[in-house]
Design a protein around this ligand. Structure first.
Ligand SMILES: Cc1ncc(COP(=O)(O)O)c(C=O)c1O
Length: 427
């Protein structure tokens, strides 16, 4: 019997000799189990070991190769893969990661405990309605739990919004330096992403209103924005919501809303209108980026629509339990907020003293500005040499900037020191 797989472009041939002995590529003899171990990742391997392998004849596969290749939906091939923050440097185990706006203090110990407890119930399907988590969020933020939807990160809520409200011929508006997922999710829905310029790295409501057309179905603004760290006030957001064409939804992305003292993330704007939705995340303040939990809050009609395409088991019980424990642990959240407040001011000042300015940040990162792209690139390389990872943001049309997450005190001191050394070396 002869088997052939072209699964990964790599052709392998198994020629089976009598009994369980197998020759691989005509060179070596081994038993079936061993051969299958080497053919890792291919389902046929297990079946083959059991002696039940069945494959389409090679001639038929030849015919299939002549067929028209499957064509993805319009827009999909325009999507550039999302670039996450680098997390490791080869050969170094003392790396400081300031590239993904994570919580330097980690998750709440209560969230970790809840996650651990969930391990004993892995055989059970999770809740489909997320009632317990929605109730906790509603209690903490003073919201109606029925108008909350939970997702696999707020990314999933952004995705639901685009899938439900935008399609071919529609436009999805976002700001010049807006979060990458707005464009990705718009394209995935077949819609056209449209960009409105910002004013000195700040959302410009006039530019957004000027760019809105009857085709505009969604307008995304992050407030505070990533990667700029800037934000606009409630009156400006209200002016935007009220000036949009009929049928357009304003999405207030509040991934960093918790870091702004006294800001409700737009709750009052959502409550007073039928065209505003707010998204939030457990990835930043709550230190659960690795677990993927986010939520949205909006008019009942919109939340009901989004729930129609939400997978019934989109969140695991471990995600739900950890998030609930995290949002209820106000003491831990307050400690993290205080740390961010203190170190954000310190870092901004320390960098400014070294000749690296930044806009006043309302989030848990600082957008450090350099003279030009070459200097930003050189500083990034210098920091890597020092074992520090920050985020290059050329993809956000800010090639002369580096986004630096506000770490704990040790991390902030180390990055400020390294940037200072870099500037001194170039003076
Ligand atoms: C502005 C903004 N919105 C949304 C997200 C997505 O967050 P998550 O999917 O982790 O909840 C991020 C993550 O970096 C972000 O910066």
């Amino acid at each position: 019997m002869e088997l052939r797989s072209t699964g990964s472009g790599l052709e392998r041939r198994f020629a089976r000799s009598p009994g369980r002995e197998i020759k691989v590529e005509g060179r070596r003899a081994m038993d079936a189990r061993e051969a299958c171990k080497r053919w890792r990742g291919c389902n046929i391997a297990g079946q083959f070991a059991a002696g039940v392998a069945r494959r389409a004849p090679i001639e038929r596969r030849g015919t299939m190769e002549k067929r028209m290749p499957p064509t993805p939906q319009p827009g999909i091939m325009e999507i550039a893969l999302y670039q996450g923050g680098q997390s490791a440097l080869p050969g170094r185990d003392d790396v400081i990661k300031l590239s993904s706006n994570e919580n330097p203090y980690g998750p709440s110990p209560k969230a970790v405990e809840a996650y651990g407890r969930a391990a004993y119930r892995l055989h059970r399907y999770p809740s489909t309605d997320h009632l317990s988590l929605r109730t906790a969020i509603a209690e903490v933020h003073g919201l109606d739990p029925d108008r909350i939807i939970c997702g696999v990160g707020s990314d999933e809520i952004i995705h639901f919004l685009c899938q439900c409200y935008a399609g071919p011929g529609d436009e999805v508006l976002h700001t010049e330096h807006g979060f990458a997922m707005y464009r990705i999710s718009a394209l995935a829905a077949g819609a056209t992403p449209v960009e409105a310029r910002e004013r000195e790295r700040v959302t410009d409501v006039d530019a957004l209103l000027a760019a809105a057309t009857p085709r505009t179905k969604l307008v995304f603004i992050a407030n505070p924005n990533n990667p700029t760290g800037t934000m606009i006030g409630g009156n400006e957001i209200a002016r935007l919501a009220d000036g949009l064409p009929d049928g357009a939804i304003l999405v207030l992305d509040g991934a960093y809303a918790e870091f702004v003292d006294g800001y409700d993330g737009g709750v009052s704007l959502v409550d007073g209108r039928d065209n505003v939705v707010m998204t939030r995340t457990f990835s930043k303040l709550y230190g659960l980026g690795g677990l993927r939990i986010g939520w949205g809050y909006g008019p009942q009609g919109i939340i009901d629509v989004l729930n129609r395409i939400r997978g019934p088991f989109n969140l695991s019980q471990a995600q739900l339990d950890a998030a609930e424990a995290a949002v209820r642990d106000r003491e831990f959240a307050e400690t993290c907020l205080a740390g961010n407040r203190r170190m954000r001011a310190w870092l901004a000042e320390a960098l400014a003293e070294k000749g690296v300015p930044s806009d006043t940040s309302c989030a848990n990162f600082i957008l450090a500005r350099f003279a030009d792209e070459a200097e930003a690139e050189a500083c990034d390389a210098w920091l890597k040499e020092a074992g520090i990872l920050v985020r290059k943001v050329a993809g956000y049309k800010l090639p002369h900037c580096l986004r630096i997450t506000v770490g704990d005190e040790a991390a902030c001191r180390r990055v400020a020191h390294a940037v200072g050394q870099f500037k001194d070396a170039r003076a």
